[in-house]
Ligand binder design. Structure first.
Ligand SMILES: Nc1ncnc2c1ncn2[C@@H]1O[C@H](COP(=O)(O)OP(=O)(O)OP(=O)(O)O)[C@@H](O)[C@H]1O
Ligand SMILES: [Mg+2]
Length: 209
């Protein structure tokens, strides 16, 4: 069976959706974002469909979808509901790579007692962590990797987004004991061809295929 992946990040807006679109295009994957907030500004599912040029059937509808662009616990509360992790099960995906995108970073609350990392632990997929390549990334990335490993999760790789910064990559690998297995350079226009070109030029493909 093909290996599915959970794409998390060191922060919101760090490039998880860009990376998910790239992985869907490169690995012929199916995209799923179980918890989406900020739907009033568009959903990541729509964005991935556009960027990776995926047909409808290559994305799976969200399990929880909220309009306000706030943390999941708050978006749910404002909508008069509660996110129940027991209601989020991995969809069937025979012979296909599922690319699952989290909301925000690993310690984002999803309800009054649980965090995004609890969902990750429940789904138990190998994790790819999206991180900025720029200053500040060492601290954020090491904190993220440490939290994931503390829950026994398999951190398959870190992928950096932005201009190449060799020292930051080296430091994350050295202090985090983790592979930086790819980088998505700043793309002028995000589309399937550009994402596939980035994958071919800037990723250790042996880790993903
Ligand atoms: N390599 C890149 N080249 C060009 N633009 C990028 C790149 N990485 C990120 N961006 C831009 O940064 C913004 C945030 O990226 P993205 O939506 O992938 O973040 P995210 O981590 O998925 O955020 P969220 O937490 O809301 O899901 C997007 O508007 C995207 O266009
Ligand atoms: Mg996103």
């Amino acid at each position: 069976m093909k290996q599915s992946l959970f794409v998390t990040g060191t922060d919101t807006d760090v490039g998880k959706t860009v990376l998910s679109a790239l992985l869907c295009a490169a690995l012929d994957g199916i995209y799923w974002k179980p918890i989406q907030t900020g739907a009033s500004e568009g959903t990541d599912r729509q964005t991935v469909k556009r960027w990776a040029n995926l047909p409808d059937e290559r994305t799976i509808p969200e399990r929880y979808l909220f309009e306000p662009p706030v943390s999941p616990h708050l978006a749910a509360r404002q909508s008069g509901t509660t996110i129940e992790l027991s209601q989020i099960q991995l969809p069937p995906h025979p012979e296909t790579t599922l690319i699952v995108e989290g909301a925000g970073g690993v310690l984002v609350p999803v309800n009054e007692t649980e965090l995004m990392i609890d969902l990750m632990q429940q789904l138990n997929l190998p994790v790819i962590a999206a991180a900025r390549s720029a200053l500040g990334t060492i601290n954020h990335t090491l904190l993220t990797v440490g939290a994931l490993r503390g829950r026994g999760l398999d951190v398959k790789a870190v992928v950096m987004l932005g201009d190449k910064n060799e020292e930051n990559e080296r430091a994350v690998e050295h202090y985090g004991n983790v592979r930086v297995a790819g980088r998505v350079p700043r793309l002028e226009s995000i589309n399937r061809e550009a994402l596939l070109a980035a994958y071919r030029s800037h990723f250790d493909r042996s880790l993903f295929e």
